[in-house]
Design a protein around this ligand. Structure first.
Ligand SMILES: N[C@@H](CCC(=O)N[C@@H](CS)C(=O)NCC(=O)O)C(=O)O
Length: 208
C-alpha cells in the first residue's frame, strides 16, 4: 500500500538498520523520548514511496504529517526545535554556530570516509581505515577535555559521533593507546539508555 504523507498521524522515520546517518537521527529521537514509527528499509530494495517523498531516495527521511525532511542535519535540528526537551543545541548564537561547524566537520572528516570504509576493495578500505584512525587519534585531546564532545551536556554532536564509534570494530579499526580518551568517550556513550534504545537489530549484532 502506498503511504501518503499527510495521512500519517505518528511521525515516520525511513531508516536503514545499518546506516550511520539513520542511526544518528534514531539517537536524537531516543534521547528526547519521541514516539516514532521506524520504517526499516533495505537500502538495496527501497520502497517506491521513498522516492515520492525524497528526490535523493535516501535515508534517513522523516515524515511529520505534511512535512517531509531529508538530510540528517536538517532532521536533527528540526527535532531539536520541535521537541525542545532536553535541548541538544546550546542557546547562544556563537555556541550554536560552533555546534553546526562541529557537525559539518564530523560529516566532512569522518562520515565522508564511510563508503570507502565499507568498500570491498582492500586498498580503498585500508586507506580510509588509516585516515579515520589517525584523525580520531589526533582528536584525543578534544575527546578528553569534556564529558561530551566539545560540551558538558549531550548534544547533537554526540548523536553524530557515536554511530561512527559503534562501527569502529566493523570497520576493523583498533584505536591505539594514545586514543584512550576516544575509546573512553565511546564507552560512556554506549552506556546511555538512549543509545541502547536507538540500536537497530543489525546494529546490536555489529559488535561482540
Ligand atoms: N547525503 C545523504 C546522507 C545519508 C546517506 O548517505 N544515506 C545512505 C545510506 S547510509 C543512503 O540512503 N544512500 C542511498 C543509496 O544507497 O541508494 C542524504 O542524502 O541524506
Amino acid at each position: 500500500m502506498a503511504l501518503v504523507a499527510n495521512r500519517r498521524s505518528v511521525m515516520n522515520l525511513f531508516s536503514s538498520g545499518l546506516c550511520p546517518h539513520s542511526h544518528s537521527v534514531r539517537m536524537v529521537l531516543a534521547e528526547k523520548g519521541i514516539t516514532v514509527e521506524i520504517v526499516d528499509i533495505d537500502i538495496n530494495e527501497k520502497p517506491e514511496d521513498l522516492l515520492d517523498l525524497n528526490p535523493y531516495n535516501s535515508v534517513p527521511t522523516l515524515v511529520d504529517r505534511e512535512l517531509v525532511l531529508y538530510d540528517p542535519h536538517t532532521i536533527m535540528e528540526y527535532l531539536d526545535e520541535r521537541f525542545p526537551h532536553p535541548p541538544l543545541m546550546p542557546v547562544d548564537p556563537v555556541s550554536r554556530a560552533r555546534t553546526r561547524l562541529a557537525l559539518y566537520r564530523i560529516q566532512q572528516d569522518w562520515y565522508e570516509l564511510v563508503p570507502a570504509l565499507e568498500s570491498k576493495g582492500e586498498k580503498t578500505s585500508a586507506k580510509a581505515r588509516k585516515q579515520l584512525s589517525d584523525s580520531l587519534t589526533s582528536s584525543a585531546e578534544v575527546f578528553a577535555a569534556k564529558p561530551f564532545f566539545l560540551s558538558d551536556e549531550f548534544s547533537l554532536v554526540d548523536a553524530l559521533v557515536t554511530p561512527i564509534m559503534w562501527r569502529l570494530q566493523k570497520y576493523r579499526i583498533d584505536l591505539p593507546r594514545q586514543a584512550k580518551a576516544v575509546s573512553d568517550y565511546a564507552e560512556r556513550m554506549f552506556e546511555r539508555e538512549s543509545f541502547q534504545a536507538s540500536l537497530s537489530e543489525a546494529e546490536r549484532e555489529m559488535r561482540e
